[in-house]
Design a binder for this molecule. Structure first.
Ligand SMILES: Nc1nc(=O)c2ncn([C@@H]3O[C@H](COP(=O)(O)OP(=O)(O)O[C@H]4O[C@H](CO)[C@@H](O)[C@H](O)[C@H]4O)[C@@H](O)[C@H]3O)c2[nH]1
Ligand SMILES: [Mg+2]
Length: 215
């Protein structure tokens, strides 16, 4: 999954997923502009295998994370990036199962679909609990993310997961223990994960996790 080669970039002129705009407005009578992009709304799901006390997360190579981690001298359009110096592993993230809302369906249905496609669990829609809707970005994009929680068991595991091959998705499903969740939230100063994961894990520890063992 992180064997990344032949990296270069070009200006994005026509796009399917990202739409850049220059917004003009007046704030307290002062004329201003702001550079922004619009993105799809999304869903993300905290998945807990309750009997085995494991959280189900996903790992994948994120081009945007990889690219923004390159020094600006390596981001010149048309120029090849040295992937021996900047390996694909620097763009691999740990995240909640998540997906964009690109179909006209209820959010809970899209969440159910993502849990199956990415992690291989067939869950009933009634099992999905809505946690919170928040903004995934506020500076450049203002896209909404809708967070759900679902408990799963081994009987619901009907497929391997890994994402839709026809959409080029290559996703590793990762299970982590509640202890590892605590270590992730309290431990490292930097993680290669979106804020939604950290919020989701903190919410899980506060509302759903078995109590921490007393020392
Ligand atoms: N951007 C882009 N460029 C392409 O060239 C490009 N080519 C195809 N696609 C489409 O994008 C979708 C990516 O997969 P998902 O639907 O699973 O969405 P995620 O990328 O997981 O994103 C979610 O989860 C993240 C983590 O919480 C959040 O940060 C995001 O806000 C949130 O949307 C697929 O349907 C694929 O067909 C591209 N998308
Ligand atoms: Mg996804």
């Amino acid at each position: 999954m992180d064997k990344i080669e032949d990296v270069c970039s070009e200006p994005l002129v026509q796009s399917r997923f990202v739409k850049p705009y220059l917004m003009h407005y007046k704030q307290n009578n002062e004329a201003k502009t702001w550079e922004l992009v619009t993105l799809h709304e999304s869903v993300a799901i905290i998945i807990y295998n309750k009997r085995r006390q494991k959280l189900v997360l996903v790992k994948q190579f994120r081009p945007a994370v990889y690219f923004s981690g390159l020094p600006s001298s390596c981001r010149k359009t048309g120029e090849q990036v040295d992937t021996t110096k900047y390996p694909g592993s620097s763009g691999v993230t740990l995240e909640l199962c998540a997906g964009i809302v690109d179909q006209d369906k209820p959010l809970v249905k899209i969440a159910q679909q993502e849990v199956l496609e990415e992690c291989g669990y067939q869950v009933p829609v009634e099992a999905l609990q809505k946690v919170k809707t928040f903004r995934a970005g506020v500076g450049v994009s203002g896209d909404r993310q809708n967070l759900f929680y679902v408990e799963v068991n081994d009987k619901m595991k009907v497929a391997q997961g890994g994402g839709l091959a026809e959409e080029g998705e290559m996703i590793d499903v990762v299970e982590i223990s509640v202890e590892e969740v605590r270590a992730m939230v309290d431990g490292p100063e930097e993680v290669t994960s979106p804020a939604g994961l950290l919020f989701g894990l903190s919410w899980f520890l506060q509302h759903k996790a078995p109590p921490a063992p007393t020392p």
